[in-house]
Write a protein that binds this ligand. Structure first.
Ligand SMILES: NC(=S)c1ccno1
Length: 242
């Protein structure tokens, strides 16, 4: 997979070269290119924003700079790309979306700043390629860069070969529509808190049942919306008896 990120703060994306993502790049599983939007400005001030039509606070990022940048970035690789624009006004980015993105050959991220990118940029490219305006949560950041780090990590870990144990991704929170339950490791007792006995029993059936029950309880308590969204056949008789 190739990932391009266009931003006015390339340094914000440095973590993409670290740890798991850095190894994925090093082994060729991931190809990441970060581009400075200001490289496509032509004025001495390298202006990328201007006052909003209709008035209001803040500045809006100028369409012609973005158009020149995205034209060049998209033309740099023949693989079909999906343009992804993080914005508080976007559709929620979910684990399902992460899996969908992991199947893409190429993702191009446009990082907005200020009050965002002139809407005509999204509208223009949406006429010729898939474009997603996505949000990582109901809060407002200073720009899209941090959201890109979140999305790229959520996607990259799903790529074959990136995680040491592929079962980790298969048993993620949300993989079965539920939150993951609690996890424990040694020592058996820590500051008077003992590991649940069933986890030390070696009874794999009982352990699986206990883990499922704890996941159902946690999800019902913290995210009842996920329970409500489960398909009718998702809960078996034992689940319903909980
Ligand atoms: N919530 C998201 S994705 C965002 C982007 C910029 N500010 O907030």
């Amino acid at each position: 997979m190739r990932i391009d990120v266009v931003t006015i703060f390339p340094g914000y994306l440095a973590p993409l070269r670290e740890a798991l993502l850095g190894r994925a790049v090093g082994t060729g599983l991931l190809d990441i290119a970060v581009h400075d939007l200001r490289d496509w400005t032509h004025d001495v001030h390298q202006a990328v924003d201007d006052a909003p039509y209709g008035g209001g606070p803040g500045m809006v990022m100028r369409p012609h700079v973005w158009g020149e940048a995205l034209d060049d970035v998209l033309a740099a690789d023949p693989r079909p790309a999906r343009l992804v624009v993080p914005t508080p006004a976007g559709r929620p980015f979910t684990q399902a979306a992460a899996h969908a993105y992991a199947a893409q050959e190429r993702l191009v991220f446009a990082c907005g700043r200020y009050e965002g990118i002139d809407q005509r940029v999204v509208d223009h490219y949406a006429a010729s390629m898939p474009v997603d305006e996505i949000s990582i949560g109901d809060y407002v950041l200073v720009g899209g860069e941090v959201a890109v780090l979140v999305v790229v990590e959520a996607v990259a870990r799903l790529l074959p070969g990136v995680l040491g144990n592929p079962r980790s991704a298969a048993e993620d929170s949300f993989s079965d529509g539920l939150l993951e339950g609690p996890a424990y490791t040694r020592p058996e007792v820590w500051r008077g808190h003992a590991v649940p006995e069933v986890l030390r029993s070696g009874n794999h059936g009982a352990i699986a049942r206990w883990r499922r029950d704890r996941a159902l309880e946690r999800t019902a308590e913290r995210r009842p919306d996920l329970i409500a969204a489960l398909p009718p056949d998702a809960l078996d008789e034992a689940d319903r008896a909980l």
